[in-house]
Design a protein around this ligand. Structure first.
Ligand code: HEM
Ligand code: CU
Length: 445
């Protein structure tokens, strides 16, 4: 396919989508995507630190056509704490772009790809721990239209489902940190459309008029659940199954896999409030997976005689049940053997430290110092313990390289800190210092 001209891609936050490509020729498209870690509201009074592509969850919608050549600029805002990257399912190539795009805070990475296949594709962060980056909101959609574009419709919207895992249960107030254990068990506190409870309900509802054809670009970021997507009171005239070419017609509920999509189209024939749900129905009424499409216009008593009232579902939705709290894990008080400490420390490292210091302790240049063969670490275990208990800031020199950044204090018990540091000291060429809970306790004073 011949490529003509170049422009910057229009990006939109959900539920909006950029203008259709129409019959334009394939071209060079420059995508400028900025990663931002920012606080947002999951539900009234419940805050969450979202990691985002472009400042929204899901991330900015990218619209291209087959044959386009994309120059992708991934920028990691200097205020961010972590390295990130992007894997676009529309990319043919190593890691979907992941390996070429890993970018530290205050840096930018550029890579190029040609879109070969039409369809609706998910993109997501693929930085370790991958599940955590996705669970914090790092996913979005890229649409590749066929030559000549998709057939025009009256209304198009961008909606993406995601599951969230928080320390507190549904609705618990204040900033709620990510809960790795719940994520591993696939037991979310929230299942939502567009990043939060109510993002497309009430005053934020999607809207259409009787007689219009609506097209929903539906995605599912996961990280864990698959969606049984349904609109209460509507039948999908057309579904591009899994976002591909195959079109199913007259569908009630369509499955959207984690890391997958569907394009859903239907004509609205009567007015009313049509409820978008994940038909795994506790998720809809108790965990947030509920949106609204408000349709205005002339009634058609032949098609539907009654009146659809807004609010029928709300009393139930408003009456959120609190999920029972999990049993508190009791910490062992029995002294561990060295192999036990290393095993436990490895698990803690894999959930807590490796987001920044990376899986082999290699760190990220200019952002996170290495723990592998770290002279700073090996010189003074007390100082290392202090760093984990209280965090660390200000200029330090690790293996001859200066770094002046901030490590947050880690909320771990004496046992956990002893184990994780013993693991770190026993790995990657470090000096095999054994850190005991008593040594940690001494540094707390
Ligand atoms: C520095 C350990 C978690 C970011 C350090 C140092 C140690 C350490 C020993 C001293 C320098 C060195 O030896 O390289 C740990 C352990 C962790 C953990 C055991 C988990 C329990 C994290 C996390 C982050 C982080 C989650 C990022 C959010 C940093 C930064 C520095 C640092 C930025 C340099 C601070 C400065 O410039 O003053 N860490 N760390 N660490 N860590 Fe961590
Ligand atoms: Cu990320």
């Amino acid at each position: 396919i011949k490529v003509e001209g170049q422009k910057e891609a229009e990006l939109t936050a959900p539920p909006m989508v950029p203008k259709p490509v129409g019959d334009r020729p394939a071209m060079r498209l420059v995508v400028n995507m900025e990663i931002k870690e920012q606080e947002g509201e999951m539900v009234d009074g419940t805050k969450y630190i979202y990691w985002t592509f472009g400042g929204s969850v899901p991330g900015s919608f990218i619209r291209t056509r087959v044959g386009d050549e994309i120059e992708f600029h991934l920028k990691n805002h200097p205020d961010n704490k972590l390295p990130h990257n992007i894997d676009l399912h529309a990319v043919t190539g190593q890691g979907g772009g992941a390996a070429s795009s890993i970018v530290a805070p205050g840096h930018e990475k550029v890579f190029n790809f040609k879109v070969l296949n039409p369809g609706l594709y998910v993109y997501h962060c693929a930085t370790a721990p991958v599940g955590m980056h996705i669970a914090n909101g790092m996913y979005g959609l890229i649409l590749v239209e066929p030559e000549g574009g998709l057939p025009p419709v009256d209304k198009e919207f961008y909606v993406m489902q995601g599951d969230f895992y928080t320390k507190g249960s549904y609705g618990e107030q204040g900033i709620q940190p990510f809960d790795m254990n719940k994520a591993l068990k696939e037991e979310p506190d929230y299942v939502v459309f567009n990043g939060k409870v109510g993002s497309i309900a009430g005053d934020n509802a999607l809207t259409a008029k009787v007689g219009e054809t609506v097209r929903l670009y539906m995605g599912n970021g996961g990280p864990n659940l698959l969606s049984s997507f349904h609109v209460i009171g509507e039948i999908f005239d057309k579904v591009h199954i899994e976002g591909g070419d195959a079109i199913n017609t007259n569908v009630q509920t369509t499955l959207i896999p984690a890391g997958g999509s569907a394009i859903v189209e239907f004509k609205v024939d009567v007015p009313g409030t049509f409820i978008l749900v994940d038909h795994s129905i506790f998720r809809a009424f108790n965990k947030g997976a509920l949106g609204m499409l408000k349709v205005t216009g002339e009634e058609n008593k032949k098609i539907y005689s009654g009146t659809t009232q807004e609010g029928i579902y709300l009393p139930e939705g408003g009456n959120i049940q609190n999920m029972p709290e999990g049993e508190k894990v009791t910490k062992s008080t029995v002294a561990k053997t060295l192999p036990e400490q290393i095993k436990s420390g490895k698990a803690i490292f894999g959930t807590t430290c490796f987001a920044c210091h990376q899986s082999e302790g290699q760190g990220v240049p200019n952002a996170f110092p290495p723990l592998a063969k770290s002279d700073y670490l090996n010189a003074d275990p007390k100082r290392a313990i202090q760093a984990v208990i209280r965090g660390l800031s200000g200029e330090i020199t690790v293996n001859g390289k200066k770094i002046n950044s901030v490590m947050p204090s880690q909320n771990l018990s004496d046992d956990e800190i002893a184990d994780v540091l013993t693991y770190v000291y026993s790995s990657w060429g470090n000096n095999k210092t054994v850190v005991t809970p008593a040594m940690v306790k001494a540094q707390r004073k």
